[in-house]
Design a protein around this ligand. Structure first.
Ligand SMILES: NC(=O)c1ccc[n+]([C@@H]2O[C@H](COP(=O)([O-])OP(=O)(O)OC[C@H]3O[C@@H](n4cnc5c(N)ncnc54)[C@H](O)[C@@H]3O)[C@@H](O)[C@H]2O)c1
Length: 335
């Protein structure tokens, strides 16, 4: 392997383009190929970034010209793409969720065996500098014992209906980030209660908003609030309440200017528009971690086991929303 990790991006949509640009700008990585079977998506992204492109995804996954692949294809393709790439000796950064079905994730983990260490799941929010600081300070005991966590995550507007059709629903597609964040902050979860709402009649899905209550094995409780629309823009907040203090991640804005006058005090600058802008540094730090582990052979993290655990919680949330029951999470979900 050369000094730089040679990477192919599979899927040239919204997040594929983010990864491709981030790889292009990384000092220890080289973007060598973009693959997408639909229309001219790969050709356009490849031309924009000055790299080769192909519609032959199967060939790209096993190409001898690459050391690693980033899987940014639609969710149903994640597992087959990861298995093909890992089977060809590649390291894999796989977008979330791992799959739409827990049984498929279990089959994937079984098929990967020890090679599962070469797979990172794209829970990029762990790498956001503010989230990483909160996590480090929680671990350092700065706020004592964590008692309650509040995670608010609202998108500015719903995704296109074509995306929704293969997304697996709000819990597996959107809440999955927050479920991972809850595990990151309170540890393993033992029960889930969820309420779904269908607020926007234009959204062709069972729910476009949800509220979840998760109880951690240590007694801490995490509440997640999601919506697929938000008039105020992309709303991303976290509060961790401990017996010695509170840590907060607040919304980031396009401008930090404030005006104060006799009528009051006013802040200008909208929230950063969406995930591309808000989590730009997180995607870069995520890639940093992926590249470093791939080049040194260290195990990737977040792991596919983390992806499985979050998906188990998403399935429990869907069941709770449908039945009104509080769902206990079995030990088999905690691996
Ligand atoms: N971590 C994050 O912040 C984040 C953000 C957005 C999306 N995602 C995840 O990334 C994945 C893609 O989401 P998106 O928003 O980029 O979707 P998208 O619809 O914008 O892009 C998907 C791309 O995959 C291509 N595609 C279709 N079939 C394919 C195949 N068989 N092989 C390869 N490519 C194929 C499509 O042509 C399209 O260009 C989803 O699993 C989603 O959950 C993660």
């Amino acid at each position: 392997m050369s000094d730089k990790l040679k990477i192919a991006v599979i899927g040239a949509g919204r997040i594929g383009a983010v990864h491709a640009r981030t790889i292009r700008d990384h000092h220890s990585a080289e973007l060598v190929l973009v693959a997408d079977p639909v229309g001219d998506a790969a050709a356009r992204l490849g031309a924009a970034l000055g790299v080769d492109s192909t519609t032959d995804v199967d060939a790209a996954l096993v190409s001898g010209a690459v050391d690693a692949v980033v899987i940014a294809s639609p969710t149903p393709q994640h597992v087959p793409h990861a298995l093909a790439a890992v089977g060809a000796g590649k390291s894999v950064l796989m977008e979330k969720p791992v799959a739409l079905d827990l049984a498929q994730v279990d089959d994937c983990i079984a098929a990967l065996g020890d090679d599962a260490d070469r797979v990172m799941v794209g829970f990029n929010r762990r790498f956001d500098p503010s989230v990483a600081e909160v996590h480090a300070r929680v671990q350092a005991g700065d706020i004592g014992a964590v008692e309650q966590v509040l995670i608010i995550s609202r998108d500015p507007a719903p995704p296109p209906s074509g995306y929704l059709a293969v997304s697996g629903g709000i819990f597996k597609d959107m809440t999955i980030h927050d479920l991972d964040m809850a595990r990151h902050l309170i540890g393993e979860v033992v029960s889930v209660r969820a309420t779904g709402q269908h607020l926007d009649p234009e959204v062709d899905d069972t729910y476009d908003a949800a509220t979840l209550t998760l109880t951690g094995a240590g007694g801490a409780v995490a509440v997640i609030v999601n919506s697929r629309h938000s008039a105020a823009g992309y709303d991303q907040r976290i509060e961790v309440f401990g017996d010695q203090g509170t840590l907060e991640v607040t919304n980031q804005r396009s401008s930090s200017v404030r005006m104060h006058d006799a009528t009051g005090t006013e802040r200008s600058g909208l929230f950063l528009p969406f995930f591309l802008e808000r989590y730009q540094r997180a995607y870069a730090a995520e890639l940093d971690s992926f590249v470093a582990a791939a080049l040194t052979g260290a195990p990737q993290s977040p792991s596919i086991a983390d992806g499985r655990a979050a998906l188990a919680l998403a399935e429990a949330a869907a069941e709770s929303a449908a039945t009104g029951a509080v769902i206990s999470i079995g030990q088999e979900a905690i691996r």
